[in-house]
Design a protein around this ligand. Sequence first.
Ligand code: 13P
Ligand code: SF4
Length: 303
Amino acid sequence: MDKKELTRNILELKRQRNAVICAHNYQIDEVQEIADVVGDSFALSKYCASSPRDVIVFCGVHFMAESAKMLSLQKTVLLPEIHAGCPMADMVDAKGLREMKRNHPRAAVVCYINTSAEVKAECDICCTSSNAVKVIQSLAEEEIIFVPDKNLGDYIQKKVPEKKMIIWDGFCVTHHRVTSKEVQKAKEAHPDAVILVHPECRPEVVELADFVGSTKQIIDFATASPGKKFIIGTEMGVLYRLKKDNPEKTFYLLSQGLICPNMKKTRLESVYHALEKMQYAIEIEEAILIKARTTLERMLNVQ
Ligand code: 13P
Ligand code: SF4
């Protein structure tokens, strides 16, 4: 099937299944093009919770589809590529977290949305990169266990110095690879460009940025900015929307290494097969689901 035929068949199957297609900002251009909604982790989880459709095709990585399922229990949530995982989410497990909790019994336990349902079930509240500071500020406890991203944890600690953050030693392999040397080089090459980075980058990279935010916040900032040139410090998938919405502006990727291989696994063919065969449906064990869902819902209630 060529791209035109694939697209036509996907749209027809989507209608027959009463499905909605959600895509993360890091998905390949063609997948973003056919999606009903494209966004960051927070926007997509909120959208899924309110969608009236029977089926959600989640083009992203496993923890995102799992979160969508937790917020849409009566719906079928499909992850088109079953092996699209998040290496950072895999860096923390429930057993290790339970041990950390035993060592810090007074601490509130906060997980980044980039975690498995099993880990979420061990936590008090969840956060995403777009609301992490707000979530931590909303907590009464002074001590906070934060899993799994040490870079996001460091960023929050600097924004909320009154809290004592106990931070897991995880990181995103894609964002952690970017060095401050690369930022200096990009600055020298484009001295009049604004530097926008994701908080999953190393602290020394975040320090050199003009703006730090989630993928959606980066896109919104660049779109609203009067600036003309931008250095983008997050996964290259965001360039699709940035360029489309801002044809008069120029975007430079901070590092050529900013590619998440797992986000690139989903192709138009994967979406077609997902709808055709209703694969791969996300299932979560009942006991874990109930606890993990509470952790997610608490986040959605933070104003
Ligand atoms: P966002 O919440 O900013 O979309 O980020 C998710 C993610 O996995 C970043 O690497
Ligand atoms: Fe996970 Fe990093 Fe890929 Fe985001 S970019 S899904 S944190 S590996």
